[in-house]
Design a protein around this ligand. Structure first.
Ligand SMILES: Nc1ncnc2c1ncn2[C@@H]1O[C@H](COP(=O)(O)OP(=O)(O)O)[C@@H](O)[C@H]1O
Ligand SMILES: [Mg+2]
Length: 176
């Protein structure tokens, strides 16, 4: 490897197991990425927001342990190519099992059950692992590798492409 060796960037927040922690952690993660000067397309930020919300919401809702707190962590890999987010709660990982989404009239009877499917769809990888005190549920995202293009240029190009082909998702623009 040439050039300056970078180190991983990491931040941990211990929050109360309360619904108010969902927007709090979501905001902290996004603010921290800004503070680390990790530039990314708006769609990716939205995906990260959504996954953070789903994972923290689940931990708030379904952790039945005595632990009154959740431990959340965001890590950016040393080469800045990947973002990792995890939530640790105090309940062992016999659950969750994502249920398949159902469509049609049955929908009204199926309350919820889509959060982890959304996580699986938006994250690059995700998993549930046991910890000493319960479990961690984590998700990763690929980060764009062309930080030298100003965000405003990327946003403009992206807006043009989106208008022309709404289904294309751009996470990185070529440098040339
Ligand atoms: N952190 C967690 N601890 C324990 N059970 C969980 C956790 N997260 C999810 N689950 C279980 O997995 C199920 C599916 O989760 P999810 O897909 O987010 O749907 P929803 O939250 O709408 O029920 C939940 O209903 C719950 O039973
Ligand atoms: Mg959920």
């Amino acid at each position: 490897m040439t050039g300056t060796a970078l180190h991983a960037l990491a931040r941990t927040w211990v929050v109360v197991r309360d619904p108010s922690s969902v927007p709090l952690v979501r905001r902290r993660v996004v603010d921290q990425l800004t503070a680390w000067q990790i530039e990314m397309p708006t769609e990716l930020t939205d995906d990260i927001r959504l996954v953070v919300s789903e994972l923290v919401t689940n931990a708030v809702r379904y952790d039945t342990s005595d632990t009154p707190t959740l431990t959340t962590q965001v890590v950016v890999a040393p080469d800045r190519s990947e973002l990792y987010f995890e939530v640790q709660d105090g309940t062992p990982p016999d659950l969750p099992t994502p249920r398949p989404a159902r469509w049609g009239p049955e929908d009204e009877l199926t309350v919820g059950g889509r959060g982890l499917l959304l996580v699986a769809a938006r994250a690059k990888r995700w998993n549930i692992e046991p910890t000493e005190g319960g479990k961690r549920v984590w998700a990763t995202f690929a980060l764009p590798t062309t930080p030298n293009i100003p965000q405003r240029v990327r946003d403009t190009v992206r807006a043009h492409v989106r208008r022309a082909a709404p289904r294309i998702r751009i996470h990185a623009l070529p440098t040339k």
